[in-house]
Design a protein around this ligand. Structure first.
Ligand SMILES: [Zn+2]
Length: 138
C-alpha cells in the first residue's frame, strides 16, 4: 500500500501556490525510491516556484516495511495538542480500523513518532537490526 497525491500548497514565504506531491504512506518494498527520498529528507517538501523557499508539508506519514515487518507513523504534534489524534489512534494507543487491514498482524506494535528526523532515525535503526540478523552474530 503506497498512497500519494498532488495537493495545492501555498508558500509560507510569498503565498504563491503550486501543486506538490504529498505522500501519506510509503511502503519500503513497493516504492524503494520513496524510501530513499525520505531518508534524504526530501519527502513532503514543497519548493516554491516563485521564491524557491523550501517548506515541509506537515502531514501524517506512515512508513511500512513488509520485509522486516513493522510500521512507523509520523504525526504532526499539533494533532496531539488539538485532540485530533483520536481520529487516528484509539484511547488504548492502537490504530483505529486496523481490524480492516488483513496482513497487518504487526500493526499493534506500530511505532509512533512526532518528528520527521526521528522517523528517519527509527527506519535506519530497524534497517541496522535487520542487517545484523542477516549476517548473524559476530
Ligand atoms: Zn514562495
Amino acid at each position: 500500500m503506497t498512497l500519494h497525491r498532488y495537493m495545492e500548497i501555498k508558500c509560507p514565504n510569498c503565498s504563491a501556490e503550486d501543486e506538490a506531491l504529498v505522500w501519506d504512506t510509503i511502503n519500503a518494498q513497493v516504492n524503494p525510491e520513496a524510501k530513499t527520498a525520505l531518508l534524504n529528507g526530501k519527502t513532503n517538501l514543497f519548493v516554491c516556484p516563485r521564491c524557491r523557499t523550501a517548506s515541509f508539508i506537515d502531514r501524517p506519514l506512515l512508513y511500512h516495511d513488509m520485509q522486516i515487518g513493522y510500521m512507523a507513523w509520523y504525526f504532526p504534534f499539533s494533532l496531539v495538542k488539538s485532540g485530533k489524534i483520536l481520529d487516528w489512534i484509539d484511547p488504548g494507543g492502537q490504530i483505529r480500523g486496523i481490524e480492516n487491514c488483513p496482513g497487518c498482524d504487526y500493526a499493534p506494535g506500530t511505532h509512533y513518532v512526532f518528528d520527521m528526523d526521528e522517523l528517519v532515525r527509527y527506519i535506519k535503526f530497524r534497517d541496522a537490526l535487520a542487517e545484523d540478523m542477516r549476517h548473524g552474530p559476530g
